[in-house]
Unconditional design. Sequence first.
Length: 141
Amino acid sequence: MIPADLLFRWSMWQKQLPKVKELKVKRCIKVPGIENTEFALHHLCDASELGYGVVSYLRSDDFHGNFSCSLLMAKSRLAPIKTIKIPRLELSAVALTVKLDKLICAELDIKLCHTWFWTDSSIVLSYINNADKRFKTFVAN
């Protein structure tokens, strides 16, 4: 037997389904009519036990203080079946971020003033900032 609350939620979902036709997704990454704009890429990456991912946004700023952000691309990967520690997955997320940046920069016909990479992993940041020690193959790559 189906629980009453589940049946109610299902019927509400079905009633709202025709509204999907009204959904509009802005596809233009440049705001029309705004000149003298600076563009910056922002890449955010993160990882968990289940996987890791990256999302990239294009931020445009005009000289009047107006800005807009547009989603450019996102990628995600499942964690391998063999258990891997979180720092290694975080490093994999950063590596995927760099690949995504190269792809976007090659395809984007916009002059960028900045590219920002965001991660919340202090271990990855320590690896990147450490120039003294030799790294194992995975970290070095």
